[in-house]
Design a protein around this ligand. Structure first.
Ligand code: 7PJ
Length: 279
């Protein structure tokens, strides 16, 4: 059993877990910022929790390619009230999608259970902030910055490069006092990657698992799905489920998605089949 403690909740990660995405930005690409008032954010969170989400991932910075940079105070204003309100009402793990030290410590003080950083705690002060919370962290690989990352990304050896980067960040995290057992890894689908980079990394999920950490996958509605299927954001659910099912079979255990119910049902059935023994 691989039990991980996320603040006030423990989760057995031998089972697949679903993380529902809650964007609290005015420019989120797939919900158009519909959830940037507290009330609608809470409604969205409640629905995802009813649908079986184990985590609600609250993000106040859009990191889609070319997105505007958000200031620290603005990010605090977007994220903290939502973290606080969710923890006051629901029994769920709140994950914060942030790179900002004050958002990390502020969210932890309000009951957040996971620090999810697309910059793998590279921002100044982030390692120390995350370490001070004693919470688990998700370290994601990105090449470049959200503003520039999709400008002809290239690698000398893709999987080696991603693996080496994550090892460097694991070592930096441990040196800052973060427990090895509290580190989750993420290949960073769409963050400085072409279609072939993305599919290769998903196919090589086992390489990240070999580093001895749980793996989180965030592929929901992304360009990668659109590139394969030639469909807009609104029609990427089935493709997203295909990508997530594929990485579940390779050992990924946390799935960051917009569409919680379809993934909860899919993963429940997949898990039960995988668990079955000769009757
Ligand atoms: C990811 C994320 C991801 C993790 C975003 C989007 C862009 N966090 N935050 N992994 N993506 N850990 O959802 O399209 O892939 S924001």
């Amino acid at each position: 059993m691989s039990v991980m403690v996320f603040g006030d909740k423990s989760l057995d990660l031998s089972l697949p877990r679903v993380m529902g995405i809650l964007n609290v930005t005015p420019d989120s690409f797939s919900d158009g910022g519909k959830h940037n008032s507290l009330d609608s954010a809470l409604k969205q969170a409640e629905r995802m929790i009813d649908d079986g989400a184990d985590f609600i991932d609250v993000g106040g910075e859009s990191t889609r390619p070319g997105a505007a940079v958000v200031g620290e105070q603005e990010e605090l204003n977007r994220v903290l009230p939502v973290v606080e309100a969710i923890k006051a009402r629901f029994n769920v793990i709140v994950s914060v999608d942030t790179s900002t030290p004050s958002v990390i410590t502020g969210s932890a003080a309000l009951g957040a259970g996971l620090i999810n950083d697309v910059r793998a705690l590279e921002r100044e002060g982030a390692l120390e902030a995350a370490s001070s919370t004693a919470l688990p962290v998700c370290l994601m690989h990105m090449r470049g910055t959200p503003q520039t990352m999709q400008q002809s990304p290239s690698y000398s050896d893709l999987v080696d490069d991603v693996e080496r980067y994550l090892i460097t960040r694991i070592e930096a995290s441990i040196a800052a006092g973060i427990n090895k057992e509290n580190i989750i890894l993420d290949p960073g689908i769409g963050f400085g990657k072409t279609l072939i980079h993305n599919t290769t990394l998903l196919n090589c999920t086992g390489r990240l698992l070999d580093l001895g950490h749980e793996v989180l996958i965030g592929v929901s509605r992304k360009t990668m799905i659109g590139d394969i299927l030639g469909v807009p954001v609104s029609e990427r659910l089935y493709g997203t489920m295909g990508a997530n099912a594929s990485t579940y079979m390779k050992g990924a255990r946390i799935f960051r998605v917009h569409d919680v119910k379809p993934h909860v049902d899919m993963l429940k059935v997949m898990h039960q089949i995988e668990e079955s023994r000769n009757a």
